[in-house]
Each structure stands twice: as structure tokens, then as C-alpha cells.
Design a protein around this ligand. Structure first.
Ligand code: FE2
Ligand code: FE2
Length: 194
């Protein structure tokens, strides 16, 4: 990951993300970078992931389906009923092809930034946290979760995932299978499983 890649993804985000979403994308990149700094990770990678995660968030559904087909992305039943779910997977495939990034941690992080993912690496968790905790997000316990993210990425990931699941439950929203899988895998580990 080079500084040139970062400059390029910033430009692409400016073009592809709609105006109202720009503060969220900038906020995510900024938060991811700050998390990377405090946890001694690569700040360029974290910032790059922030700028790339929602590139396809504002693309019309029929286009999203078409690009997914071109990219040979498997379209699940959930994606069919809720096409916006594809935006992460498409963004991951896009950066893979355009920037020749093959790092699984970076790619799965971008692909599953909404749901969480049981096999997330550290950068996946950083992006997931940044997406939920960046400065424009407002919900009751966001400040406590922000503090937690600067202290411990793994504990914060667990708590933000919990928060997302509770939110979905309380509003009759779909709980994504990847979220459930990630949650169960963490609970299993907590109870002494592998
Ligand atoms: Fe997103
Ligand atoms: Fe986002």
C-alpha cells in the first residue's frame, strides 16, 4: 500500500460517494487512521480501507447486481432481498483489481464491514469499528464504545457487534448471517472452545 494508492482512492471516493455521505467516509478514514496509530498498525492501510469501504454504497441496485455478476460475486438470498448488502463485497473486489491488493485481511475487512466476520483480521476489525464509531455517528453509548476501541480492539469489536445485533433485534431488522456467525464464534471461544 503506497501513499499514491491512498491519494488515488481519495479521488475515487470523491467521485463515487454522494455528497451527504462524504463526511461519513472521511470520518471513517480518519477514525481508522487514529485507531491504527494508537495500536501500532499501518495508518495508510487503515485510511485506505476507510476511503474504499462505501465506494459502491450509492450505486443503483441494478448496477450493483450487474457489477457483481461481472466480478463473479456470489449473490446470496439476502443480497437478492436487500441488494445494498452487496456494496462491501463489490468494493473489495474493485480494490483487489484496481490496486492489486490480495491481502485477505484488507479484502475481507472491506467486504464485511457492515456485518462483521468471524475470520476478520486486525484491519477488518479496525474498519468495522471506524465505520460504526466515526465522528458523525450518534447513538446512546457511542462515546463509551469509542473509548473502548482506543483501549482494546477485540473487546470493542465484540461490544460493537453486540450493539448492532441488539439494534437489529429491537427494530425488527434482519440479523446478517455473518454477524451471527462472528458472534457465535466469539462466544464459543469465550467458553473455552477453539
Ligand atoms: Fe457500508
Ligand atoms: Fe460506511
Amino acid at each position: 500500500m503506497t501513499y499514491k494508492d491512498l491519494a488515488e482512492i481519495k479521488e475515487i471516493a470523491k467521485i463515487m460517494v454522494k455528497e451527504e455521505r462524504q463526511p461519513h467516509v472521511e470520518g471513517t478514514a480518519k477514525f481508522a487512521k487514529a485507531l491504527a496509530k494508537i495500536h501500532n498498525l499501518d495508518q495508510t492501510i487503515a485510511e485506505f480501507m476507510g476511503y474504499s469501504h462505501d465506494l459502491f454504497r450509492d450505486i443503483k441496485y441494478d448496477k450493483l447486481f450487474k457489477i457483481s455478476q461481472v466480478y463473479s460475486i456470489e449473490i446470496t438470498l439476502h443480497d437478492k432481498t436487500n441488494p445494498i448488502l452487496l456494496h462491501g463485497k463489490v468494493a473489495a473486489e474493485f480494490v483487489k483489481r484496481r490496486f492489486k491488493i490480495y491481502d485477505v485481511d484488507i479484502l475481507s475487512g472491506i467486504a464485511y464491514h457492515t456485518s462483521g466476520y468471524k475470520d476478520f483480521g486486525i484491519y477488518g476489525k479496525v474498519l468495522f469499528l471506524a465505520d460504526s464509531l466515526e465522528e458523525t455517528r450518534t447513538y446512546p453509548n457511542v462515546n463509551e464504545l469509542r473509548k473502548l476501541a482506543f483501549k482494546d480492539i477485540d473487546i470493542a469489536y465484540f461490544e460493537v457487534l453486540r450493539n448492532k445485533i441488539i439494534y437489529a433485534l429491537s427494530r425488527d431488522l434482519l440479523i446478517l448471517p455473518e454477524s451471527v456467525e462472528s458472534w457465535n464464534s466469539l462466544i464459543f471461544k469465550k467458553k473455552g472452545g477453539i
